[in-house]
Design a protein around this ligand. Structure first.
Ligand code: HEC
Ligand code: HEC
Length: 779
């Protein structure tokens, strides 16, 4: 039910501020005194064509707020004035200092407020902003403030001094995009008022005064009318600022100086995450998908069953949203119907019903060569959400916190402590009021770690190094190596809220295929680690591939499931590993309960012994000339999602039947094996958790490297997955019978998810540059 909230009271409170005295004469008198004074020669030389106020005439363009002039420097403008341009005459007869003054003036009419560095006391301005001026009731800056108006953290880069001054003195004169107020008349005759944050011909995303977004379709409303600036009320809830000229100057000096947030924990008081916020992540509302796997337990299984075995044949595209990147790996996260998707250093908030954009945040990608591997290629798998905060890892392994409603950056920290080609590709995870981040770069010799920050502030709570320094005990498993490297943490961990234990998967040791200078098991690489989430203390570890020589990171999903196993209810950890085995562990102790082959092409080990260690087959060590071993370097499976369905007791995994030639080398050292008689292939498999055996499988024709799709299983009795030939399909979870498919004709690099908005279930997956969302026809 939508509540009807009006803005009048809000604005009234903010206008009546006793601290600020109105300017002499009263009224919202516009002051451009901060802009450079208009030189006298402008009136005599330029006004005839450009107008006395520089607003342009039919002879010449406006020189104020002229987009073509925004980026131009003073010396560049000086040249135009001195030498002319097109129909503009040269003014080389004016004294140089006069030309200079004219150039400075024109630039001040167009340059960013930030570049103009206007005079004024910015400390006093900050006091007004966060204090008597009440600006932070509605706006964010420096990581603090409200979401009832646009973020102002970089406003000086977006507006000229003139525009900035006008926005403050006379807010109704120019309404910022997405913040116009409208009345939406619903089909039942009621009227809802709010910001039209995003509007299409058939929908509107309305932000009401309580900070909620209402995603409305034209089937639900009959009329949208802008609220005009008449006697009936202001068209913006922002009250004109009535401070003195000095106060205005200080406020503008402060706003102009803002340059985003500094790297480091947030300074000053801030609201902590509430218990309610935490619960929404741990026990998602039906229809929400608040975290990478839908649930912190890492099991990509959804209890929604509107789309099911009986009706899935009618599933069809609901909408498509293209992003500015071609190889998306993102899993959408959906809260309150708003979908958050990511590309490299890009975050988009989309309307889950229409796919249209509500806001986006982006920054340039890191300079080539400063980061490595998949991070450099642009891999980004998504966001985490806690309450009104959203968390994202940039390509250079910075963790950033944004406001979920506005996209305002609230804080940013660098996860690596020192140098190294650290990258960021994974979606972070929320564990209580902490946000957990991991890094990539294990093939380039970084020292791996996982790190926890206070979600409210970005203050570091703990850091767990996955490989030791020379004086730490696991160093004995790195003989001949004083400086162990590897053990990156590039997939989203899993969390057991009941026990407060975090489960983290680690990557391979470095160098990948040459183990001569790292004798021993190389702890804690290629392992699952159980860490106390509050402290980062190691409780147990299980290493899948001791002394790895094949780049078999253990960075696959960790599914925490409670189920009957060999006649007993158990707290299990399921892990289908890149090394070719499917493991069932007791997650309270780390004890291996069962390990069975996931693939048929498995040459390096005959099985996992009772001691939990693989029984090795000779001849599988990389050689200088190259030795063939199966699975291939990309693994029997990889980071893409898996799912355990409690009603079938099956674990669904995209597997790869493939081998590589492994050469002993410091960097690289892999080659494909092309055997036409025995081609590589992706196979969707349903593994019985009880027996460890393959219950059913679907071999997928087409090149296996075109399929990095994960799987989703639902209470509708379905398994969704991408096919190597470019299709997206649904099969019966019990037996793998095909029920539906859609040809997307793209390689897959992403995993599917599902959500519900307005009572309708959607299935979404990223494909190439597109986010695709499917639904049943409306009845
Ligand atoms: C006789 C009319 C005339 C006068 C006088 C004149 N301008 Fe112009 N000015 C123009 C025209 C026409 C253009 C557009 C030129 C073009 O097409 O690129 C222009 C362009 C400009 C531009 C570049 C704007 C853009 O959009 O690229 C600047 C800066 C400028 N004038 C500054 C001045 C200044 C400063 C003076 C006074 C010293 C002045 N002009 C006097 C006609 C005039
Ligand atoms: C009651 C909430 C509220 C208060 C208080 C408020 N604003 Fe605003 N402000 C808004 C809204 C809503 C908008 C967008 C609509 C518009 O452009 O008027 C806005 C727009 C702006 C803009 C233009 C932003 C852009 O992207 O173009 C600036 C600058 C600004 N406000 C500064 C201030 C300052 C400085 C103060 C304190 C003196 C302040 N605001 C107080 C709600 C508020």
């Amino acid at each position: 039910m939508i509540r009807h909230l009006l803005w009048g009271s809000l604005a009234a409170v903010a206008v009546a501020d006793p601290q600020d005295s109105p300017p002499p004469g009263g009224g919202p008198a516009l002051s451009f005194s901060i802009v450079a004074e208009q030189p006298a020669q402008f009136g005599s030389n330029c006004a005839v064509c450009h107008g006395g106020d520089a607003q342009g005439t039919d002879r010449a363009p406006a020189l104020t707020n002229n987009r073509r002039l925004r980026g131009r420097s003073e010396s560049d403008l000086l040249n135009t004035i001195k030498n002319g341009q097109g129909n503009m005459p040269a003014f080389n007869f004016l004294p140089p200092e006069q030309i200079q003054a004219l150039a400075r003036y024109v630039r001040s009419l167009n340059a960013d407020a930030f570049d103009m560095k206007p005079a004024g006391d910015s400390v006093a301005g900050a006091d007004i902003f966060f204090g008597a001026g009440h600006c932070s009731d509605c706006h964010t800056a420096q990581g603090h403030g409200g979401a009832r108006g646009p973020d102002l953290s970089r406003i000086g880069h977006l507006l000229t001094l003139g525009e900035l001054t006008q926005s403050i003195r006379d807010p109704a004169a120019h309404i910022s995009p997405g913040y116009g107020i409208v009345d939406v008349t619903m089909r039942d005759g009621s009227v809802v008022q709010g910001f039209a944050r995003n509007r299409t011909s058939h929908s509107v995303d309305l932000q009401t005064a309580d900070g909620h977004l209402h995603l409305l379709l034209d089937s639900e409303y009959s009329k949208i009318a802008p609220v005009s600036a008449t006697a009936a009320g202001p068209s913006t809830p922002m009250p004109p600022y009535r401070g003195t000229e000095k106060q205005l100057r200080d406020l503008i000096a402060f706003l102009s100086s803002l340059d985003g947030v500094a790297v480091g924990p947030l300074q000053g008081q801030t609201d902590a995450a509430t218990l309610e916020d935490v619960k929404e992540v741990l026990y998602p509302k039906p229809g929400d998908w608040p975290t990478y796997s839908g649930n912190v337990n890492g099991n990509r299984y959804s209890p929604i069953d509107s789309i099911n075995t009986r009706n899935v044949a009618a599933l069809r595209p609901a909408w498509v949203h293209p992003l500015a990147y071609n190889d998306l790996e993102t899993t959408p996260v959906v809260v309150d119907g708003v979908m958050y998707v990511t590309g490299p250093n890009q975050i988009y908030a989309l309307d889950g019903r229409t796919g249209s954009e509500i806001w986006n945040y982006s920054r340039p990608r890191s300079v080539a060569g400063t980061i490595s591997g998949d991070a450099a290629k642009g891999a980004s798998r998504g966001v985490a959400i806690l309450g009104d905060r959203l968390f994202f890892i940039t390509d250079n392994a910075h963790l950033i916190c944004l406001h979920r409603l506005t996209g305002a950056v609230l804080w940013e920290v660098s996860m690596p402590e020192g140098a190294g080609k650290y990258g960021g590709t994974s979606a972070p995870l929320i564990a209580g009021d902490l946000v957990i981040g991991g890094v990539s770069g294990g093939d380039e010799g970084i020292r791996g770690f996982v790190v926890a920050y206070r979600a409210a502030t970005g203050e570091q709570v703990w850091r767990f190094w996955t490989v030791p320094t020379a004086d730490e005990p696991p160093a004995s498993t790195w003989q001949g190596n004083p400086k162990p490297q590897g053990g990156s943490s590039w997939t989203t961990p899993s969390y057991d809220a009941k026990t407060g234990i975090l489960y983290v998967a680690t990557g391979n040791p470095y160098p990948d295929t040459d183990g001569d200078a790292r004798g021993g098991d190389n702890l804690y690489t290629d392992s699952d680690l159980a860490l106390e989430a509050k402290t980062g203390k190691l409780l147990w570890f299980y290493q899948f591939t001791p002394h790895d020589l094949h780049d078999w990171d253990a960075n696959q999903p960790i599914a925490l499931v409670d189920t009957r196993f060999h006649g007993q209810m158990r707290q299990l950890l399921l892990h289908a590993n890149r090394n070719g085995f499917f493991y069932v562990l007791d997650r309270t102790t780390g004890q291996m309960l069962q390990a069975s082959p996931l693939v048929k092409k498995l040459t390096w080990s005959t099985g996992i012994g009772p001691d939990g260690r693989p029984v090795l087959v000779a001849g599988n060590e990389p050689t200088l000339g190259g030795a063939k071993t199966c699975p291939a370097v990309r693994g029997a499976t990889n980071w893409y999602s898996t799912a355990f369905n409690p009603s079938t007791q099956l674990y669904y995994v995209m597997t790869s039947e493939d081998c590589s030639t492994y050469r002993k080398a410091h960097d690289g050292g892999y080659g494909p094996v092309n055997d036409p008689a025995d081609p590589a292939m992706k196979v969707l498999r349903a593994m019985s958790v009880e027996t460890g055996k393959i219950a059913w499988e679907i071999p997928l024709s087409g090149p296996p490297e075109r399929n990095y799709s994960g799987v989703l299983s639902t209470a509708g009795g379905l398994v969704f997955f991408g096919e190597s030939s470019g299709g997206f399909a649904a099969v019966d979870a019990r037996n793998g019978t095909y029920l539906w498919h859609f040809e997307a004709n793209q390689p897959w690099k992403a995993s599917p998810m599902t959500y519900m908005v307005g009572g309708r279930q959607y299935i979404a997956i990223a494909s190439g540059p597109n986010v695709l969302s499917f639904a049943l026809p409306k009845n």
